[in-house]
Write a protein that binds this ligand. Structure first.
Ligand SMILES: Cc1cc2nc3c(=O)[nH]c(=O)nc-3n(C[C@H](O)[C@H](O)[C@H](O)COP(=O)(O)O)c2cc1C
Length: 366
């Protein structure tokens, strides 16, 4: 059977011989079941949500490799977020920076969802305690914001954008939404700086793809078809990155075909050129509390972008490869600091939504 008859692009089905199609489909699960699962996760928050429903909204946050490295401990008036160290990704994230950023993203969603249903309160950082981040709340007026409404719409959209620029009013709103004590944000729209940052992204990608530990870790979190994605509820489903899906037995071949340094670098170069701008986040201090704060800032940025009809995606390679950090920081106007995250934003079509594990499975007894 020819290779092209087996690949499914972005959830669409290409023709194959009858017997071959039946076999490969049975092995892969259905794209309709996948879409239904992704939609169920994003159903509206109930009017008087129980804690499990609030946790569902928290878990819709961006998180590195979609590992969902979090646990929630609930008690009356108190929700604690804990890192789940069983879900570390030591090759790409040796100091657990991304893990804490991901937790901060979930905390931002949790606070917005709780406030939208009249549970008002403060996020408190409990550095050094096992709980790390606590949302203590009482009952107050319900305040649903456009950021809350955007939680179910937001996705990391890894496709090409359409090259439109963003208005300065929209850029201001992005800055406002992301404003978080202890975190600086630079929006880079200048062509020369963007091109230089783009070169760092490609250099970072080349370095990572030459690192067997990085590649093997990434491979573990890839989900090549709906069945793999639905059965784990986590990881990076190929279609969410605009890549073809295929049966699990073909995964090693698909991986070799599509994860080539030059192919990836060419794709990143097109994606960078098509963006309206880049966003670089940098915290005042390099510790878990500040990484949590970066997560809050970046999630709020992503939600505001979504509310404005923009797409966003992460391009963290020059923040992840230590030798590239200093130049990224300098180009963003943060010389001498650690750049925590690099994102692109712009306008363009969406891609399939990612999945999550059930909220109940990430809650532990108080
Ligand atoms: C700290 C952090 C680092 C991330 N790094 C990358 C990255 O380098 N490249 C990428 O494509 N996505 C990256 N992501 C996005 C996640 O892969 C994405 O949030 C996850 O797969 C869930 O998908 P969603 O954002 O569409 O809900 C990152 C997200 C976070 C929070």
């Amino acid at each position: 059977m020819k290779r092209r008859t087996l690949l499914l692009a972005g959830g669409g089905l290409l023709a194959a011989g009858a017997a071959g199609t039946a076999l490969s489909l049975r092995g892969m699960g259905s794209t309709q079941d996948y879409a239904a699962g992704a939609a169920r996760l994003r159903e509206a928050l109930t009017a008087q949500p129980g804690m499990v429903d609030l946790v569902r909204f928290a878990t819709l946050a961006a998180n590195s490799h979609n590992t969902q490295p979090w646990r929630f401990r609930l008690a009356p008036g108190r929700m604690a977020l804990l890192p789940d160290f069983a879900r570390r990704t030591p090759a790409v994230d040796p100091d657990d920076h991304h893990m804490f950023v991901s937790l901060g993203c979930a905390a931002a969603n949790l606070a917005l969802a709780a406030q939208a249903r009249g549970l008002t309160g403060e996020l408190r950082f409990a550095s050094g305690s096992p709980d790390h981040l606590v949302f203590e709340h009482g009952v107050g007026p319900a305040t649903a914001s456009p950021l809350f409404e955007a939680i179910v719409q937001r996705q990391s959209t890894r496709g090409e954008y359409d090259g439109r620029t963003a208005s300065s009013a929209d850029l201001d709103q992005l800055m406002q939404a992301a404003r978080t004590p202890g975190v600086e944000l630079a929006l880079v729209t200048d062509t020369a700086a963007r091109e230089r940052i783009g070169e760092l992204v490609l250099a970072g990608n080349s370095a990572q793809m030459a690192d067997p530990a990085f590649v093997s870790e990434l491979r573990q979190w890839l989900r090549f078809n709906p069945r793999e994605a639905l059965s784990s509820g986590d990881g990076l489903y190929a279609a969410c990155s605009g890549n073809p899906i295929g049966p699990s037995w073909l995964a090693p071949t698909l991986f070799k075909l599509f994860f080539k340094e030059k192919t990836e670098n060419d794709k990143y170069a097109r994606q960078l050129r098509s963006a309206a701008g880049l966003a670089v986040f940098s915290a005042d201090k390099d510790d878990p509390e500040h990484w949590l704060r970066v997560g809050q800032a970046c999630q709020r940025f992503a939600l505001q972008a979504t509310a404005l009809g923009m797409k966003h995606a992460f391009l963290n390679q020059p923040a992840e490869v230590p030798s590239l950090r200093a130049e990224l920081a300098a180009l963003a106007g943060f010389p001498g600091r650690r750049p925590n995250l690099l994102m692109r934003f712009g306008y363009g079509p969406g891609l399939p939504y990612s999945l999550r594990r059930s909220a109940a499975s990430v809650i532990e007894p108080a």
